[in-house]
Ligand binder design. Structure first.
Ligand code: IMP
Ligand code: MG
Length: 180
């Protein structure tokens, strides 16, 4: 168990919320679940950049079977607020038709980003679209989005670390912190 003392970086302070060991366990368990659903299929893991890059790297390495990876970049946040206006900054180049697609997302907050992405992906007629989300803020959910492989429900607080940022910073923290 780590010391619960707040972390201080360049004058900003943070409180530890979830340790990386807990995240690792959860990711291993959802990797098994995805394999059970995908069976002998070759799933295409679609990482939502930038926030999900570490989650993606750990999830595919825990996946016990063949798989492929792809990346998309969306943006809706400014500072700690979702603007609600989702934009595609980097689109998908892979053909999704008939594929078992697993969206890999860091956090579902209002759900607007995932609703937008799922609607866009459906146009390409994949066999199925599953959603793996590392964090969910249930109190904030505004759009009905089904999360097939949820990991952690968290309170309505802004978190950083393990890929998640505040204005571009703190993605490299190995554990999850709330920004005080
Ligand atoms: P939504 O469209 O409101 O669900 O926003 C989802 C996106 O907002 C996620 O993909 C994250 O990039 C970002 N986001 C939401 N909450 C947090 C947070 O607590 N920390 C860092 N990024 C967040
Ligand atoms: Mg994101």
């Amino acid at each position: 168990m780590k010391e619960e003392k707040p972390l201080s970086v360049h004058g900003d302070s943070f409180t530890l919320l979830i340790e990386k060991e807990k995240i690792k366990e959860k990711i291993e368990s959802i990797a098994e679940k995805i394999k059970k659903d995908a069976k002998e299929e070759n799933p295409l893991f679609l990482c939502v950049l930038k926030g999900a890059f570490i989650f993606m790297a750990d999830l595919v390495r825990a996946y016990p079977g063949h798989c492929e990876v792809s990346f998309i970049r969306l943006a809706s946040y400014q500072g700690t607020q979702s603007s609600g206006n989702v934009k595609t900054l980097l689109g998908i180049t892979d053909n999704l038709k008939g594929r078992f697609v697993v969206i890999v997302e860091d956090i579902v907050d209002t759900g607007k980003t995932m609703k937008y992405l799922i609607d866009e992906l459906k146009k390409q007629e994949p066999k199925c679209i599953k959603l793996a989300a590392l964090f969910t803020k249930p109190e904030n959910m505004q759009c009905k989005v089904h999360i097939d492989y949820p990991c952690f429900n968290i309170p309505n607080k802004f978190i950083v670390g393990y890929g998640l940022d505040f204005d571009g910073l703190y993605r490299n923290f190995p554990d999850i912190y709330t920004k005080d």
